[in-house]
Write a protein that binds this ligand. Structure first.
Ligand code: HAM
Length: 400
């Protein structure tokens, strides 16, 4: 992952695990499931009795924290900021396969003044191409990119109004959450999971009919670049994402093997979020977060191929040989050889068993005769071939 981020010139950012509750309430949105139901929030006591306590929250996501840091450290002076993060997030969920209360995200944000190119559809396409590259390189096949544009603030005002109208006659037949949202934030009705409500939700107007000309053109260009670079996508105008800050491009990558929690990652554009969080100047942005736990689940079939097994198992024959074995292991590791080191308690047979169990390619025998000759018995565990190799040729031989 870090290699791919480097190739796209992203730098790592680490923000605190908890932030003020206000940040998430404003950034993610009061009516979202995340803020309304899922945050771990507590009242921190002041340092002195006279101090006011402060409401703090374990971060449920990382975009708000990155934008807060962008504003606090005036990152606009640096032009376009391309930042990535890897770390835990917290949501109060009912744990199930692919859904945890502490989970891990690998995410990235591209944010900066519009003059630095942050608003361009080229950015959206670049982020999506990065993700396609990443999943392909990790060996994850059969992913689907679901793509939508949720429009800008004006489009959404018109769309929310249309939803409100459409919901008026039907809301009383829906769940209590939907009844409330129909008034407060109709768009959030699409987050509803109640099966009985789905046929009603299916009849509601679609955001694609409400995009203004600039948003429609922006989306057209994103699609054109994606087609030109050969990243396949599926349009889904029901995809509105569960966070309030999105504007224009919104997307998810899904994977069949994951079952009900099939989104490996989600993201989109959030023009306007920085201003909402107090930025003195606009800072359009776009980003994504991969659910690392789900990524690993999608990988698990081919995990064998992904994990690097030891190249060599170094087996000392007797207590006297521990020093020599340790010295050899250290030399080999300096040459980037992956070494598993045994100890004197293992007789030769047991060492062979340990080396095989660890999946090592070679076993290297360190006995008195070998040390005297400064050449060591190296056995290929797959072919059974054994050769005596001088110390200085060992690393090359093992890696070759
Ligand atoms: P999100 O869709 O809420 O977006 O989360 C992104 C990904 O995190 C999901 O697609 C999923 O893979 C994973 N995820 C979410 N909740 C859980 C959970 N309880 N257990 C396991 N995995 C989970 C965001 O968080 C946005 N901040 C993404 C973003 C960045 N948008 C713009 N920039």
């Amino acid at each position: 992952m870090r290699d791919v981020f480097r190739a796209y010139n992203f730098q790592e950012i680490r923000t605190p695990i908890f932030e003020s509750t206000e940040l998430f309430a404003r950034g993610v949105g009061e009516e979202t499931d995340i803020v309304a139901k899922e945050m771990y929030t507590w009242e921190d006591r002041g340092r002195a009795q006279s101090d006011q306590g402060q409401s703090l929250t374990l971060r449920p996501e990382n975009t708000a924290g990155v934008v807060r840091a962008y504003i606090e450290h005036k990152l606009w002076d640096r032009g376009l900021s391309k930042l990535y993060y890897i770390g835990p997030q917290f949501r109060r969920e009912r744990p199930q396969k692919g859904r945890y209360r502490q989970f891990y995200q690998i995410g990235a944000e591209v944010i900066g003044p519009a003059s630095a190119g942050s608003e361009s559809p080229a950015r959206d396409a670049e982020i999506l191409a990065l993700l396609a590259t990443l999943l392909d390189r990790l060996g994850i096949k059969d992913w689907t990119l679901e793509l939508n544009s949720v429009g800008c603030v004006n489009d959404r005002a018109a769309y929310n109004e249309a939803l409100r109208k459409a919901l008026e006659p039907v809301a009383p037949k829906m769940c209590v959450d939907c009844q409330r949202r129909a008034v407060t934030n109709p768009l959030r009705g699409f987050d509803c999971k109640v099966p009985e409500d789905q046929p009603i939700i299916e009849t509601l107007p679609r955001i694609s009919e409400f995009l203004d000309e600039p948003c429609r053109q922006h989306f057209e260009q994103v699609k054109e670049i994606l087609t030109a670079v050969g990243v396949e996508f599926k349009l889904n105008d029901r995809l509105v994402r569960g966070l309030d800050y999105y504007s224009r491009t919104a997307f998810e990558f899904t994977h069949g093997a994951l079952g009900a929690q099939n989104a490996i990652l989600g993201g989109g554009r959030y023009d306007g979020l920085a201003e909402l969080l107090g930025s003195p100047q606009p800072a359009p942005g776009i980003g994504f977060a991969i659910g690392e736990d789900r990524l690993v689940m999608a990988l698990s079939e081919s995990a064998e191929a992904v994990l690097r097994k030891p190249d060599v198992y170094v087996a000392p024959l007797g207590a006297d040989m521990n020093k020599e074995a340790a010295r050899l292991a250290r030399e080999l590791r300096r040459h980037d050889v992956v070494v598993d080191l045994g100890d004197e308690s293992f007789r030769l047979k047991k060492s062979f068993e340990a080396a095989t169990k660890a999946g090592s390619k070679y076993i290297l025998i360190v006995g008195e005769n070998e040390v005297k000759a400064d050449a060591f018995a190296l056995k290929n565990l797959a072919t059974g071939e054994q050769v005596s190799v001088p110390r200085r040729e060992l690393a090359q031989r093992i890696q070759g």
